[in-house]
Design a protein around this ligand. Structure first.
Ligand code: PEP
Length: 314
């Protein structure tokens, strides 16, 4: 915790970001970054301008880190009563945006019993306006019941339900047009990492969001390596930071420097109350998306509080 980088995150004066972040990767193309990623680790440490911290103008309007809890297909009315009671009695530091994503069925129960301090996300939505789409939920309906966010592109939807980039892009475009915030998930499979395709995969998934989104104002990117989700095998802080910094660099080159500096990039994959603090020290980790540990109120609160005060605003 005593690292210079962290104290800088807490106290650095904010300057306009200088995105000539890569110190010694030759060229700036996606390809060269991808090729360098697994081979020259030390050269992938990104160096911010100024005093070694990420210089960010303001994060997504709020200037706060973001922690989401993805409950997936878990819970009963009874277990949710207990979880809500734990969450309501937890001390959550004020300077973190906190969201939970219950199964659709329980959103109403959660909405009516959970403290307003925590916002609600859905775990999915349909690609467009509602109608004759059996089993689907539209973005308008999410808005109607007070869901401010939706998780899109989660690895389980990509790899279990078979959703592809184009389909996910359509969902993102429509949800965004309805004013629903998007938690845009990207991440590589183990075999893709082993084949040195981490950057290629993440950038393709990111591009699908970028091509579809009319605005990045209400978007949080969740980098979730698939091999880390629900496996207990968390990415090391260095592994996560490398990809987060590369994502920010991609946004800078392909969207805009404002979007690169303002968009929160959160990490997901086996985050828990014990490993969150080390991850939170990394300068490009702006919070977490949490699965299993979000079902335990005290653990989730610890994770939220691990990023408290980490904002990097002017
Ligand atoms: C997730 O499902 O988004 C996730 C990160 O799960 P877990 O924390 O259980 O790995």
């Amino acid at each position: 915790m005593a690292s210079a980088a962290l104290s800088c995150q807490l106290s650095c004066p904010i300057a306009r970001p200088n995105f000539s972040l890569r110190r010694s990767i030759p060229g700036s193309s996606t390809r060269s970054a991808t090729q360098s990623f697994h081979t020259i680790d030390s050269r992938l440490r990104l160096v911010c301008s100024g005093k070694g911290c990420r210089s960010v103008v303001a994060m997504a309007g709020s200037g706060k880190c973001f922690v989401g809890g993805n409950w997936k297909c878990n819970g009963t009315k009874e277990s949710i009563v207990r979880l809500i009671s734990d969450l309501n009695s937890s001390k959550l530091e004020p300077d973190v945006d906190v969201v939970v994503a219950p199964p659709f069925l329980y959103i109403e129960q959660v909405k009516s019993t959970l403290t307003d301090r925590i916002e609600i996300a859905a775990q999915n939505c349909w690609i467009g306006k509602g109608g004759a789409f059996t089993g689907e939920i539209s973005a308008e309906q999410l808005k109607d019941i007070g869901c401010k966010w939706v998780i899109l592109g989660h690895s389980e939807r990509r790899h279990v339900m078979g959703e592809n980039n184009e389909f996910i892009g359509k969902k993102a475009a429509y949800a965004s047009s309805q004013g629903v915030g998007i938690i845009a998930c990207i991440g590589e499979l183990l075999e893709e990492r082993e084949a040195r395709k981490t950057f290629d995969v993440c950038f393709q998934q990111l591009k699908a969001f970028a091509d579809a989104l009319p605005s990045w104002e209400n978007v949080v990117i969740a980098y979730e390596p698939v091999w880390a989700i629900g496996t207990g095998k968390v990415a090391t802080p260095e592994q996560a930071q490398e990809v987060h910094a590369a994502i920010r660099d991609w946004l800078n080159k392909n969207v805009s420097s404002e979007v690169a500096s303002e968009t929160r990039i959160i990490y997901g994959g086996s985050v828990n109350g014990s490993n969150c603090s080390e991850l939170a020290k990394k300068e490009d980790i702006d919070g977490f998306l949490v699965g299993g540990a979000s079902l335990k109120g005290p653990d989730f609160a610890s994770i939220v509080n691990s990023v408290a005060s980490k904002k990097v605003t002017a």
